[in-house]
Write a protein that binds this ligand. Structure first.
Ligand SMILES: C[S@@+](CC[C@H](N)C(=O)[O-])C[C@H]1O[C@@H](n2cnc3c(N)ncnc32)[C@H](O)[C@@H]1O
Length: 310
């Protein structure tokens, strides 16, 4: 990254920030991100979108002056930590946390974000360069628990579509020309892909359901049969470990609607099935087993190589 246009332009634009004006030599190497603060109202919005609360553990990768974790602790009662390569920022963040009265719940370490264990996070925040987001993405998908919320300031995650994206006015933003901040939000998906099987006793008759699901990030699609006959999947949603399926099909000349909602726990789904028909809805337990694992398409994607030093 050293001397690349984007990082230099960003630092030049952020000259007002003394720390960025004189970055330590290593902060520009290996694709790392210069120091620019997220405006406080954008911090507030990011934490609000992630619905941060007292039970959350928030990790900020590249924590700058610590505002994300300090706000999460002070305003929302969360705990967490930030890591930054710049030791001066880490000292400053720990001081600001103590001053805000949250020194025990908001802690900062001088550590490389690429070598940070992110697995305790329930919420992970980022304000990094786009290529750094792509570099950390495989690790986030592999290590974060399904259901963990990720919020990124300004940059997306390439072809991992966000669950939510918005643009905020940011009149006091030290970089960029449009005085806007983009915010992207994702929920880490569980592993839903594979072949699933379950049975339901419908009006005394045991029906066998077979579902084949393909997955790319949180997007799922596939085929569903009941007793070997195709049902039409109308909607399929994966949110963390939660899976919701709606399918339709005809039985005895009647159009039926099948709704399944449950939680994926390893190779099982535990939830509810609802069959909507003329004589009323039938509510049953939904217990499915995975009979074959199919790797999600995104699992094959590797991190882009580290940019070469120039
Ligand atoms: C754009 S600033 C964001 C600061 C803060 N998260 C915020 O939103 O206000 C990026 C921060 O990442 C830090 N950083 C860059 N590369 C890093 C790395 N490899 N490990 C840890 N921190 C890094 C920089 O020192 C800088 O403070």
């Amino acid at each position: 990254m050293k001397g690349t246009g984007s990082a230099r332009a960003w630092c030049v634009a952020a000259l007002a920030t003394a720390l960025c004006a004189a970055p330590p030599a290593w902060s520009q190497d290996y694709g790392d991100t210069p120091y620019v603060q997220t405006p406080q109202h954008v911090v507030d919005k990011m934490l609000e979108i992630a619905k941060v609360g007292p039970r959350d553990y928030v990790i900020d990768l590249g924590s700058g002056d610590g505002r994300m974790i300090i706000t999460a602790a002070k305003k929302y009662g969360a705990r967490g930590f930030g890591v930054d390569l710049d030791k001066r920022l880490v000292v400053l963040s720990n001081k600001l946390a103590a001053k805000a009265g949250v020194g025990k719940r908001a802690v900062f370490y001088a550590r490389d974000l690429h070598e940070t264990d992110v697995s305790p996070a329930t919420v992970l925040t980022l304000y990094l360069l786009p290529e750094v987001n792509l570099m950390v993405r495989p690790k986030l998908l592999a290590t974060l628990k399904p259901g963990t919320r990720i919020v990124s300031h300004d940059y997306d995650m390439g072809d991992w579509p966000p669950d939510l994206a918005l643009v905020l006015d940011a009149p006091d933003k030290p970089v960029g020309r449009d005085f806007k901040s983009k915010v992207f939000y994702w929920v880490v998906p569980g592993k839903a892909s594979g072949k699933w099987r379950w049975q339901l006793a419908i009006d005394g008759k045991v029906e066998i359901f077979e579902l084949t699901l393909n997955q790319n990030f949180q997007k799922i699609s596939g085929t569903l049969t009941m007793g070997g006959r195709n049902l039409k999947i109308e909607d399929a949603k994966l949110t963390g470990e939660r899976i919701d399926l709606v399918a339709t099909g005809a039985s005895g000349g009647e159009a039926l609607r099948y709704q399944f909602s449950g939680r994926i726990i390893n190779h099982a789904i535990d939830g509810d099935a609802r069959i909507v028909r003329k004589q009323g809805a039938l509510q049953l337990a939904w217990n499915a087993s995975r009979t074959e694992l199919i790797e999600p398409a995104h699992a094959a994607l590797k991190a882009p190589p580290m940019p070469l030093l120039q």
